[in-house]
Design a protein around this ligand. Structure first.
Ligand SMILES: NC(=O)C1=CN([C@@H]2O[C@H](COP(=O)(O)OP(=O)(O)OC[C@H]3O[C@@H](n4cnc5c(N)ncnc54)[C@H](O)[C@@H]3O)[C@@H](O)[C@H]2O)C=CC1
Ligand SMILES: O=C(O)CCC(=O)N[C@@H](CCC(=O)O)C(=O)O
Length: 489
């Protein structure tokens, strides 16, 4: 008998599918082992969610919020343990894992505010009755999470979905099942009724069974563009299902004229190397002006990046960068770097494996200006591509030369440069003199192009968690003051 890792209709059950494991990528040790949910278990989770969804929606938002707030309190109470699990399963430094746990707790109040501001009830004036805009939950929604924020990002779909009155079937990343299990345990402890939130663990086939199920009303996905596109195709021709896709980016950070070089370099480092470059918002392409000003920034960036402390999540003092998610992810970054070098890139700082069979790598910087056909790929790790440009118009053309459009930024002391940049850049998160990572949950979070499908998350997640209903109402049926021509009463 394997461990009870599936949570279906309020019961922890062993999976009936193939065994899979989760490993600590920094210490190369097994952390978790369980059997995947079978297709019939995925169906059972959907049946349970469907059955629970009516009573959950009927409870009303105030009652649902009481449970969500209890869950938030439990997140605060258990934040150190949760951060420890996040650190072990992802390799992120403990300090950063604590910020993820805090963001999860902060999501409750932000989602409550968004629910009422964006999808609450509005009464509009009407001469002979009342006009309302109200919102209703979709019913049963599937939530898919990525590994890089195994708590915060699925939580960013689950919390608003539950507050809006939906029941959820959650399929976390197969690389981070332990964090997912902990989250669901806290919801259970908070008193969520059986069936309202179900957890189906497993690898891609479990995700496929969930996404293909005819009885889901919506699918909220955060993950790679590749998978998001598969899901988009799969759900084509099913307009009854709402699909929210939060996907990757090939994000540009443009540096213009800046007086404070250290401040600019700090913003670049925070944008490119936080979470070992494994944020969807991370800067992938750094656009630096040609000439001395750009050379000075580059020299300082190289010096600071060389000195970045990379290490174990529990090292003291704490490193800035921890491990990547897996040894395979580290190898794929080394391969990406080799590919760019073969295309004509020039390494300024090599991304290197720091310890065999772990995800520990040093950050890399590569000048790709000479590559005429630069791949428009999201290399999801700490490898920053530098492109030198002539003027701001050229920088904008290069920055926008991507099928993605998630985040973008400008570092410049000139307001007119910012205004020009803002007018011309195509992305959903556009910052000035700030890192392009670390987006606020109080703002919409999403991208254009291949980064999303126009259903932004965070503050706007409320929008895809409920559908609007327009009503005109009166207490009694009454004759209108003026009859339409041709009617006789
Ligand atoms: N825009 C955003 O909000 C964010 C986007 N991301 C993106 O996520 C990626 C990293 O996360 P990963 O876990 O590697 O993403 P992924 O796409 O590999 O996996 C995401 C989820 O989809 C499931 N899945 C994979 N293939 C599937 C299929 N064919 N059918 C159904 N489910 C399937 C996985 O098991 C997992 O639960 C990066 O590309 C990053 O840019 C990450 C965080 C935020
Ligand atoms: O959903 C929210 O509350 C805001 C979005 C957010 O937290 N974004 C983070 C991480 C997302 C990622 O890049 O994977 C960020 O902007 O750094």
């Amino acid at each position: 008998m394997t461990d009870a890792v599936q949570y279906i209709n309020g019961q922890w059950l062993p999976g009936e599918g193939p065994l899979f494991t989760s490993r600590d990528p920094a210490k190369n040790a097994e952390l978790w082992r369980g059997a995947a949910a079978s297709t019939s278990q995925v169906s059972a989770a959907i049946v349970a969610a469907r059955a629970a969804s009516v009573a959950w929606a009927d409870r009303g938002v105030e009652e649902r919020l009481i449970i969500a707030k209890r869950y938030g309190d439990l997140l605060v109470e258990h934040k150190e343990r949760l951060a420890q699990l996040i650190a072990e399963e992802t390799g992120k430094p403990y300090w950063e894992s604590l910020t993820e746990a805090a963001a999860m707790a902060g999501k409750i109040a932000l989602s409550e505010k968004a629910y009422f501001e964006r999808t609450g009830t509005t009464e509009n004036p009407m001469a002979d009755g009342r006009a309302f805009i109200r919102h209703k939950p979709h019913g049963v929604v599937a939530v898919f999470g990525p590994y890089n924020f195994p708590g915060h990002l699925p939580n960013g779909h689950i919390v608003p979905a539950l507050i809006a009155g939906n029941a959820v079937v959650f399929k976390p990343s197969e690389l981070t099942p332990k964090v997912a299990q902990e989250m669901v345990k806290l919801w259970d402890q908070a008193g969520l009724p059986a069936g309202v939130l179900n957890l189906v663990q497993g690898e891609v086939s479990t995700g496929q069974a969930l996404a293909a199920h005819p009885n889901i009303d919506g699918l909220f996905f955060t993950g790679s563009s590749r998978t998001g596109n598969v899901l988009h195709t799969q759900l084509a021709g099913q307009p009854s299902k709402i699909l929210a896709l939060e996907m990757g980016g090939n994000n540009p950070l443009v540096v213009g004229e800046v007086a404070d070089i250290d401040a600019a370099v700090h913003s670049i480092v925070q944008s490119a190397f936080i979470t070992a470059g494994q944020r969807c918002t991370c800067a992938r392409r750094l656009l630096l002006p040609k000439g001395e000003a750009g050379d000075r920034i580059l020299a300082r960036l190289l010096a600071v990046t060389k000195a970045i402390k990379v290490g174990l999540y529990d090292a003291e003092p704490q490193p800035f960068m921890g491990s990547m998610i897996s040894p395979q992810a580290a190898k794929s970054m080394i391969a990406a770097q080799a590919h760019l070098l073969a295309l004509g890139g020039q390494s300024l700082l090599m991304l290197k494996s720091l310890q065999a069979d772990t995800g520990l790598v040093s950050p890399g910087i590569i000048d790709v200006t000479a590559i005429s056909d630069l791949p428009d790929e999201e290399y999801f790790g700490p490898l920053l591509q530098v492109i030198r440009y002539g003027d701001l118009a050229e920088a904008l053309t290069v920055a926008n030369n991507t099928r993605y459009g998630l985040s973008a930024g400008l570092l410049s002391d000139y307001q007119q440069d910012w205004e020009y940049f803002f007018r011309h850049i195509r992305a959903g998160i556009v910052n000035w003199n700030k890192p392009i990572t670390g987006a606020s949950g109080a703002a919409p979070f999403g991208g254009v192009g291949n980064s999303g499908n126009h259903r932004a998350s965070a503050y706007y997640a409320a929008d895809y968690c409920a559908y609007p209903v327009a009503s005109v109402e009166d207490d009694k049926v009454s004759m209108p003051a003026n009859l339409s021509p041709g009617l006789n009463f």
